[in-house]
Design a protein around this ligand. Structure first.
Ligand code: CA
Length: 224
């Protein structure tokens, strides 16, 4: 059954960004835009995880966390705008389990979400394979039929996203969201540039193309 995540965040740019990404990962996502509604939603129908912004109209995030914590064990991931020690301390004192400073990359958020939900669950997969391609998220090693391939951080992140979703068409928007974050301009051609880098490294010895262009939409990891 899908795990349920409640987002309490008044900035729609961020809540939409979170919903798109988390729904894509298979989570059931509910969004509320202020502290009171969020708290009520969390108490009425207890979610598996709460993503909570600190700065909210009305009841602020710290108060919501405090009241939630007194009522149960739902993990709370707090979003904070400022990287100040006092905010972090307050976040933990109020009962947040982890915090993330804005702006953040989706991958970072997803890692925190998974870690918080993972308590009492088996260890995550670390090696992914597709055709003759292998990628290890722990050692960050990539190879094709045993040939080692050196990738930059961004190239690795991009390939990691593809290999976690083999054969699926990934839209340009989704890839930008995931790899470059919500503050990134969608008119850029940086994605095309990175696809070109990746292909040239993956096909350096004449291997078959694995990252295919899906015209007008995006890209997919699949065999020709
Ligand atoms: Ca806010």
């Amino acid at each position: 059954m899908a795990e349920r995540i409640l987002i309490i965040e008044d900035e729609t740019k961020i809540s939409d960004f979170l919903r798109r990404g988390l729904a894509y990962e298979g989570y059931k996502v509910e969004i509320t835009n202020d502290g009171e509604t969020g708290l009520k939603a969390a108490l009425d129908n207890v979610p598996d995880l709460v993503i909570l912004d600190v700065m909210l109209p009305g009841l602020d995030g710290l108060e919501v966390a405090r009241r939630l914590r007194s009522g149960g064990e739902t993990p709370i991931l707090m979003l904070t705008a400022k990287d100040t020690v006092s905010d972090k301390v307050k976040g933990f004192e109020s009962g947040a389990d982890d915090y993330l400073v804005k702006p953040f990359a989706f991958e970072e958020l997803l890692a925190r979400v998974r870690a918080l939900l993972r308590r009492n669950k088996p260890v995550d997969q670390t090696t992914y394979r597709f055709a003759d391609l292998a990628l290890d998220t722990k050692t960050r090693e990539v190879s094709r039929a045993g040939r080692k391939i050196d990738l930059t951080t961004k190239e690795f992140d991009l390939l990691h996203f593809f290999i976690m979703h083999p054969r699926q068409v990934l839209s340009r928007e989704l890839i930008y969201d995931r790899i470059w974050g919500y503050d990134f301009g969608g008119e850029s051609n940086i994605l095309e540039v990175y696809i070109r880098y990746l292909r040239s490294k993956l096909e350096a010895e004449g291997e078959a193309r694995l990252i295919q262009t899906v015209r007008g939409v995006g890209y997919a990891l699949r065999e020709e």
